[in-house]
Every structure is written in C-alpha cells, then in structure tokens.
Design a binder for this molecule. Structure first.
Ligand code: ZN
Length: 375
C-alpha cells in the first residue's frame, strides 16, 4: 500500500543531528508534495501528515511537557448550543521569543526579518533597522525556526508558503502566507480567488480556512490565511435573508454574516464578483471598516462567508474576554487563551455566547446601508 508508506515516511522523518539540514528539509518537502499530487489524496491529507510529523518532533506547542510532546488534553472543549469554546493556552506564547527559544521552536540565535507599515506603505528589512522594529514571524520562519518545514504551493498565480502554526488552535492548523510580502488587507478578487483555489487543492471537506483583516483578530500584518481541519459552526447556520440577484444570503447568526455558495459548474469569477462588490462597499465606507472571511469546500461546493467588522476600541474583543476575536471566534469556534475566562464561560448558556458576539457587531445603520447594495 504505497499511500500508507508515504504518510508513515513523512511522519517518521527526524533530523539526524537535532536540527534539519537543508537537504533533509527538501527531502521531506518532496514527500509531502507527492501526497499533495497523489490521486485520492490532496493538500488536506498532505498537511495532516506534515502536521503529525511536526507535532511528533515537538514543533507544535501544547502545555510544556518533559519531552515537549503535544497532547490532546492541552485543549478543553465545551459545546454550548451551536458554538464551541476551546481553551487554547498555546496562543499566549506566539510572540514570546525567550519562551520559544527555550522550547526549541526558535533557534538559539534566531535571525529575524522586520516589517514596517507606515503611511499606507508596507515593507520589510532583513534586520532591525531604524523604524523597522516589528518582527515578521512569517518571513522569519526560514531563518529562525530550524525544524519548521515550509511547503510552497501556487494558488492561482501567486506563491504561498504553508507552515504548521506552532501556537496551534487544533488539528492540522497551518498558516499560509504570500512569499512576496503583501499587506493583510483586501485584495480585490484575489483574496477570494486564492481562498477558493486553496479549497480546491485541499480535496478534503473537513477543513475551514479563515482570514483576519487588520483589527479583526490579526496578529501579523504580512498577508496570510489560517486553515485547520475542522468545519466551523457557522457553516451550519440557517439562512435569514436571501438576496436573489447576487445569490448572497445573510445568515441567522449573532453578528451580520453573509454567505455565498459556488457550485463546481458555475462561473466562479462571475459569482465572486458579487461578493467582491459587497466587501469593497463595506471597506470603502471608512478606514475603520475591516472584516473576517471563512471558507470551506464540501461536496464540491465552495462556500465563502463574509463578516463585516469595525476596527475600533470595544469591537476587537468582547469586554469580558481577554483575547481578540478573529475569524475563528466570530464563526462560533471560540478560542479562549485565559483559563479563568474559559472556566467562567463554559458554564454559560448559548444566549450568553450570542451576547458576547453581538457586542462586536457593527452599528445596525451601517449594516442597513451595506445591505442596500444587495439585490
Ligand atoms: Zn513578512
């Protein structure tokens, strides 16, 4: 059975000396790519095989354990109505350089690339330099994370890099980012096309992929999505209003959320242009408008959900929760970084969770104006 052999081969790859050499990394990437290209498999299964390999060698953070291994107990789940609360302690460490060196995620002397976003211009520099003070953890991955395997993939015409997210949210959690640094903002049509193309390559109905606009849960400004092997609750939400002409539906959900389903035989570009127009209308209202996206491909249908957000104080997170809400949380898969918050809210009912999310909804007048663009 060649398939089993390939997945096992990927899973069992370890560095000879404690750190992967360039050659060892390339061998592993080639094995993963074979799985991406294999009939009956695809990118989704390949990511899972790579995630298991990375987890096995301690690259994925959970609770610090003697051997650095990840364990399922590191996540505590609680289903509340249609929502899921997840205690996710690994998230707290995602920018903590000293901790990450100690845990062997970063090398002893990591080389970082720095980013600068000023006056609408976004740029990088290969070392700390004048105003370049913020680390770009994505561009730094190759020089700072010795055991991270970076898988390149072409989405439409753009090159993306896939890397397992060490501050994991769950099963097969990967970040995918543009090789050429672009700002984490909406790129007309491309943002949607890349998502759909990624969904095609997954060949796996379990994954949800999401996007956090600036001030809508992003912690990095370099353009990226996150994907994990879990369908998010929002994909089960009922339809509240159907806008017949655009075939966009508003969902029955605590925050305004708009869904578009694209069937295999439809002209994807034509369909996406309606969603593109809606997102652009929202963002053009003011500089404070931002958004989340979620995507899933299931049974050949590519589904995009758009959630308009506002980048102002009081709308980034519910007042009673210590971490920001991004695409994952507003889609009902609510990650909670602080154990006290988790213990408090796991006893609550669905109404309470709805209230938390409603706090983040934009003003209803602005939503009415947005919906006037839909027909
Ligand atoms: Zn970068």
């Amino acid at each position: 059975m060649p398939r089993i052999t390939l997945e096992k081969k990927i899973h069992s790859k370890k560095p000879e000396t404690g750190f992967f050499t360039r050659i060892e990394k390339d061998e592993l990437i080639q094995l993963v790519q074979k799985l991406v290209d294999m009939k009956g498999k695809g990118l989704g299964d390949a990511l899972t095989a790579l995630w298991k390999q990375q987890k096995h060698m301690g690259f994925i953070l959970g609770n610090p354990r003697p051997k650095g291994a990840w364990h399922a107990d590191d996540f505590l789940y609680k289903e509340i109505g249609s929502f899921t609360l997840v205690y996710s302690p690994a998230r707290k460490h995602r920018g903590d350089v000293r901790f990450l060196i100690k845990r062997g995620i970063l090398s002893e002397h990591p080389r970082f690339v720095y980013e600068l976003y000023e006056k609408g211009s976004y740029s990088h520099y290969p070392e700390a330099h004048h105003e370049y003070k913020d680390k770009c953890f994505l561009c730094s991955a190759d020089g700072a994370n010795p055991n991270e395997i970076l898988l390149p993939q072409i989405l439409c015409d753009a090159e993306f890099i896939y890397g397992a997210n060490f501050a994991t949210l769950g099963h097969s959690h990967f970040t995918l980012w543009t090789r050429v640094p672009l700002l984490q903002t909406y790129w007309s049509m491309d943002t949607l096309q890349w998502l759909c193309c990624h969904g095609d390559k997954l060949q796996n109905d379990d994954f949800t992929t999401f996007f956090n606009g600036l001030g809508a849960g992003n912690s990095i400004r370099h353009y990226h999505y996150q994907t994990l092997r879990e369908p998010f609750p929002i994909f089960n939400a009922e339809i509240r209003t159907e806008f017949k002409n655009s075939k966009i539906s508003r969902l029955e959900w605590p925050m305004p959320a708009y869904r578009m389903d694209i069937h295999e035989k439809e002209n994807r570009c034509d369909r996406l242009s309606y969603m593109d127009a809606l997102i652009q209308a929202w963002l053009q209202m003011s500089k404070l408008k931002t958004f989340n996206l979620a995507h899933r491909t299931a049974e050949g249908i590519s589904t995009i959900i758009f959630i308009p957000r506002v980048n102002i104080a009081g709308k980034c997170r519910p007042s009673e929760i210590g971490n920001n809400f991004g695409g994952c949380e507003v889609c009902g898969r609510i990650n909670i970084e602080d154990k006290k918050d988790f213990v408090k809210f796991k006893k609550s009912d669905a109404k309470k969770i709805e209230d938390l999310m409603e706090e983040l909804a934009p003003r209803s007048g602005h939503i009415d104006w947005l919906e006037s663009h839909l027909s």
